[in-house]
Design a protein around this ligand. Structure first.
Ligand code: VGL
Ligand code: ZN
Length: 203
């Protein structure tokens, strides 16, 4: 069975948010349409406590884009975003969630970030998504959403490790490109690892 996983369509990642992914809003109509075509639709939500270690504001003298070592691993610092129970963490109002059966949260632990929807960045803790898919016999996953060069990329790499046939719907994604070239690099990395990159018209 196939599942569609819609990644982080939250206010803070959209134009006007605190960590806007350029043109991120453009993928919402496709998210609404594609849900109708999958038997199982899941969503992810970046869901940080206010004291999260990935926020530059929580480190004296640091600014977004700086890199630090957080609990032993490298961390890029971000503007404050997707704080639990705030408007910025909510899903975009135009995102139709009527067919989304479960939402997986990530980035809850203040000491570690979680770009992947499966594990935190040090692979210490699971979000529950891997077990959820296994229990339901789902071997094929299709991801779309934000951001292509962070959450989508890291999720696909973990998914492959878990033995899932992993697809990315490219016209349903937009990237941050913190460093110009990050999106192209992410595409190469995913392709080399064995992710199937496709367009929604191929579905
Ligand atoms: C993400 C940056 C910071 C993502 C989350 O989900 O792509 N990116 N937090
Ligand atoms: Zn985050």
């Amino acid at each position: 069975m196939k599942a569609l996983i819609i990644v982080d369509l939250q206010n803070d990642f959209l134009p006007g948010g605190t960590l806007p992914v350029p043109h991120g809003d453009e993928v919402i109509p496709l998210a609404n349409e594609l849900q109708q075509r999958f038997e199982l639709v899941l969503a992810t939500q970046d869901w940080h406590p206010p004291n999260h270690g990935s926020f530059a504001a929580n480190h004296k003298g640091k600014k977004p884009g700086d890199r630090i070592i957080l609990d032993g691993i490298e961390q890029v610092l971000w503007p404050v975003h997707c704080v639990q129970n705030t408007h910025g963490a909510e899903f975009a109002p135009s995102f139709d969630m009527s067919r989304v059966v479960h939402v997986f949260h990530k980035g809850i632990d203040p000491r570690i970030d979680s770009y992947s929807t499966f594990f935190d960045n040090a692979h210490r803790r699971e979000t529950g998504l891997a077990d959820y898919l296994k229990k339901r016999g789902i071997n094929d996953i299709y991801l779309m959403g934000l951001a292509l060069d962070y959450c989508v990329k890291y999720s696909t790499l973990d998914a492959l490790q878990l033995g899932l046939n992993t697809h990315v719907i490219l016209d349903g994604c937009r990237g941050i490109d913190l460093e110009p070239g990050d999106v192209n690099h992410a595409l190469d990395e995913m392709k080399r690892a064995g992710v199937v990159l496709l367009q929604s018209s191929d579905l």
